[in-house]
Design a binder for this molecule. Sequence first.
Ligand code: WT7
Length: 642
Amino acid sequence: MEAKLKQANISKEEALKLRENFKTNYLETWAKLAKENIFFKEEFTEILDDSSKPEYKWFLNGKTNISYNCLDIHLPDKAEKTALIFEDEAGNSEHISYKELHQRVIRFSAYLKDIGIKKGDRVCIYMSLCPESIIAMQACMRIGAIHSVVFAGFSAHALRDRINELEAKVLITQNGFTRKNKSIELFKAASEAILENDSVTNLLLFERMKNNNELNSRTEKLISELDIKVNLVEEEIRDNKYQDIEKLSSIEPEWLESNETSFILYTSGSTGKPKGIEHATAGYLLWTKLSSKWVFDLKDDDIYWCTADIGWITGHSYVTYGPLANGATQLIYEGAPNSPEPNRFWELIEKYKVSIFYTAPTAIRSFAQWGLEYIEKHDLSSLRLLGSVGEPIGSETWNWFYEHIGNSKCPIVDTWWQTETGGVMITSLPGAEAAKAGVAGPALPGISAEISPESLLYISKPWPSMLKGIYKNPERFHQAYWSKIEGSYLPGDLASQDEDGYISIGGRNDDVINISGHRMGTAEIETALAKSPLVSESAVVAIPHAIKGQGLVCFVILSENTSNDSEDKQKELSQKLSEHICYEIGAHARPEKIISCPALPKTRSGKVMRRLLQEIAQGKEPSGDISTLEEKSILKDLLKNI
Ligand code: WT7
């Protein structure tokens, strides 16, 4: 393991020193790191303002710009260095240097300004993982517009709800892209999402799928039916005024005060309504930059590959921002891991000599299932560091990853964090701290992770990349994260700690579930089901799933006039409700099973007993105390239906 990490960015001694510095001089250590790592147009005057906690303010009165810190600062010495290597599923590829990326970002940001986008305006991005979507995010940052990326797998309905709450002025999308050999027509969903909306003034359309006549004529028809302006971005940006790079370079980026909002990203909570997590500017930038450097040990000659989509926080912090802030070269891939064959990832690693590979346990479990024959024919010797994120990896999957992908030579960083935390919070530092299989690791230097007697993980000190709030919902921000343990942030995960201070994450302590690394709320699925006329009540639970980590099982009470007496009828209903969930949320929320039942097991106070349903969903006889169950006969009925 050592051979691959001779000179880690953080050595054992440096890690100890950093920890010591944070212990004795918490705020000063952060301030020093901020000054060393971020370009501030105007220096901050106060490190942390905690006068109105939990609305903490970091690096007060500092002025900076995230995109400037990702691109402009590299131009003097890294202009020709490759920033992005892009490959789509068909195998078309593109190398984009820092200079070119900078030019494309300033061009697009000038264009956004020309169509009337100003600082503070919300811009919704509904796109695949491709250079254009990263450019769109960076361009928003440059002009201080607040982007909100909606994962391309979300349905038109889910997109609509987010656009409406954001009161977004612009929706940026593309005609489509190819995944698993299928065309995903994003423009179709995007145009449906803005049908009943009065905030969006422009729909910006990238023609990512070129020369597809059928798609073009469908798109033209949709455009003619819309009553808002659709801008064909590539065409308009060809205008002469966007070619004068020198002139465009002279336009100052928008210098944001450290605490102004940089972006909003929706994530699931324990109610039916997703939360718009709002991030600030300087603190977010500092920690995504530093944690990328420390955790992924980024070096100038690395080829870094994080497989996350820009629709999730990992794609923000460890694709669009952190690696670029460090001047790294990174690979981005738009397609599926098993297209055309299950060896695609290994082919990409070999082809581009990827040295750092960051992915999710659900993907690793699929690789293991697909078989070693797809791996063995590829040379993966360029790899030197592996990373995992999104859900507990478990020691079996950890060992498989270590042995078969890392050839028992690469350290693994199992990174625990959340949309809300902005960056990694818990993991072992490669080169300084040995990893343990299936254990996330110690909290990173500067992060104060602790565990309550009830096994609740909490963060006892504010940290720079912490969320600044929930969009339009300060009460929920206070209640969801800050109300249980005085003065501490509560992520909602269960954890335990060993004698070396290493933390194991034991899953969630609320009704948030994790399907293939996608965070979802059971209440969100129940809310979606309630919108179907076929359903009068439902309860959704998660059960263990070999590949996805967790899978969904929905118990539904059908509305009175819906009959499901025959087996065929039952099947048809399941199918319909399954499609309904995909329609309301997206295909990633497709349940494993839908079980119709005459009643739900409830306590005398009317609370659904989820623990019982979880057991029943797995075909087990309910165990434990059922004395609070109001009607015991319900259990028999339920078990009959499994
Ligand atoms: C939830 C956050 C972190 C970015 C991607 C997901 C779970 C995340 C780990 C890990 C065990 C993990 C937690 C957390 N989680 N990483 N390494 N080990 N659990 O971000 O969608 O906000 O989900 O994912 O339960 O709370 P997210």
